[in-house]
Design a protein around this ligand. Structure first.
Ligand SMILES: Nc1nc2c(ncn2[C@@H]2O[C@H](COP(=O)(O)OP(=O)(O)OP(=O)(O)O)[C@@H](O)[C@H]2O)c(=O)[nH]1
Ligand SMILES: [Mg+2]
Length: 450
């Protein structure tokens, strides 16, 4: 597994919070300690860890939380967001313009994983339906030609090279020319890793780049370097505006978290990560997804989206009103509409393992009837909506006529309303609750505190 140790430590920290009976200052502080330990062990920079965890603690305890979202959910969201933020948030794919060959020049320190990565990339891009060619311009290491040749065969892409070539710039030029005339869409150029430090590497990179004018230069960085990886990344990022990064060897590396965060901190975009020696062991680097995986929760993006939607609900005032005991037909409609948009908060909770379930039928009736109910409410008077109790038989008939429906439809709406109202009442009694219950939820509350 990628960053196995860091992943399980982060997962354990989050699970501990989810299981703790109460989410308060003490449990948040404990979470922060656990996160610090996990990140420092993965060689994430101390300053970065301290800043990150300070933000997590502050936001978790001080932010105002939208109704419909519990502090527990919110803390998880904060952890997720802050971890994602240090990895660069956005994922940028490799530049792939149509109509002309896209030339990727791959550079990196000795043994960082360039040649292996080129095999992986070539296979991946070919699988996406593009014509790919690889060029062996490593004239330094004796086995380099054969190594890339074999990888090209595995990836089933054409290969260009001359086993006895001496001049890497010339061979790179020849290769690009060759594949351009073959109408390749992507040409990937391997270079030698004769350098052990950045200066020489960057000088050579600039020389080749001048000759072949790549569309993108890819720096391959060894993830086992931990935060040391940042030195190369920073020098590289300063030297070229068309640079992106692939971090390799993240399978099982204890220091991978440090490498990723340090490289991201230089501002250079990480586009792929290498996760093994085999030709398929490469993944596009999508920080949101990556952190989700690290935290060990399946559908993290969906969870985040739902919490965000809940936060966007226009009903803080409404929630307050409901909690204070006021709940009119209008309030109910507003809530049904909001729920329709959000899907169901119960899903978030079940994803978080809190076993909170809203009966499906209940959700469906509400959303299916939403349009009808809106029409019915339009033919009600303001007084009727504020105090539905006053709606008796003759009024029911009048409303139904006005709305072009049956009296039973009006009765159904009123029945749902009183059911919700009863539910809310009982919930308010049971707990000084924070959740916005209403007709769509709140039947089985999660055990323990929030
Ligand atoms: N575990 C693991 N090993 C990797 C990964 N990527 C590359 N390697 C290994 O790292 C070693 C060096 O890989 P190469 O692709 O030859 O590295 P290079 O940068 O081309 O090396 P030079 O051309 O000599 O500079 C090989 O043993 C690869 O199998 C990875 O993602 N995970
Ligand atoms: Mg190589």
């Amino acid at each position: 597994m990628v960053l196995g140790k860091l992943g399980s430590a982060l997962h354990a920290a989050v699970q501990k919070l989810l299981r703790s009976p109460l989410v308060d200052e003490k449990s948040v502080k404990e979470l922060v300690k656990d996160l610090q330990r996990a990140l420092l062990q993965a060689d994430v920079n101390v300053r970065l860890v301290m800043e990150l965890t300070k933000r997590i603690e502050e936001r978790s305890l001080k932010d105002e939380i939208a109704p419909g979202v519990s502090r527990r959910e919110y803390v998880i969201k904060v952890v997720y967001e802050e971890l994602t933020a240090i990895l660069g948030e956005k994922s940028v794919p490799l530049t792939l313009k149509a109509g002309k060959p896209n030339v990727y020049l791959v550079v990196g320190i000795q043994g960082s994983g360039k040649t292996t990565t080129i095999g992986k990339l070539a296979k991946l891009i070919k699988k996406k339906g593009h014509r790919v060619g690889v060029v062996a311009a490593d004239t330094f290491r004796p086995g380099a030609y054969d190594q890339l040749h074999q990888l090209a065969e595995q990836a089933d892409v054409p290969f260009f090279g001359e086993p006895k070539a001496k001049d890497s710039v010339k061979i790179a030029q020849k290769g690009v020319k060759h594949f351009t005339s073959e109408k390749a869409e992507v040409i990937i150029v391997d270079t030698s890793g004769r350098h052990k430090e950045e200066k020489g590497l960057i000088r050579e990179m600039q020389q080749i780049a001048k000759a072949i004018k790549p569309t993108e230069i890819i720096l391959v960085v060894d993830g086992t370097l931990g935060q040391q990886a940042a030195v190369q990344a920073a020098a590289f990022h300063a030297a070229t505006p068309i640079g992106s990064i692939i971090v390799t060897k993240l399978d099982g590396s204890a220091r991978g978290g440090g490498a990723l965060s340090a490289v991201a901190a230089t501002g250079a975009p990480i586009k792929y990560i290498g996760t093994g020696e085999k030709i398929d062991a490469i993944e596009q680097f999508v920080p949101t997804k990556f952190v989700g995986q690290l935290l060990g929760m399946a559908d993290f993006e969906a969870l985040l989206q739902r919490v965000k939607d809940a936060e966007a609900m226009p009903e803080k005032e409404l929630a307050k009103a409901i909690m204070s005991g006021r709940f009119t037909l209008k309030d109910m409609m507003a809530q049904v509409e909001a729920m329709g948009k959000v899907g169901s908060l119960s899903k978030i909770l079940s994803m978080l393992g809190l076993g909170y379930k809203v009966p499906k039928e209940m959700q469906q009736t509400a959303t299916e009837n939403l349009e009808k109910w809106k029409v019915i409410m339009k033919s009600m008077t303001e007084e009727e909506m504020e105090t539905p109790k006053c709606i008796h038989r003759s009024r029911t008939d009048r409303i139904a006529r006005g709305a072009g429906c049956q009296p039973k439809d009006v009765k159904e709406l009123l029945r749902q309303y009183s059911q919700s109202k009863r539910l809310i009442k009982s919930l308010r009694k049971r707990r000084g609750g924070m959740r916005l219950p209403g007709m769509l939820g709140g039947q089985q509350l999660p055990k323990g505190g929030r």
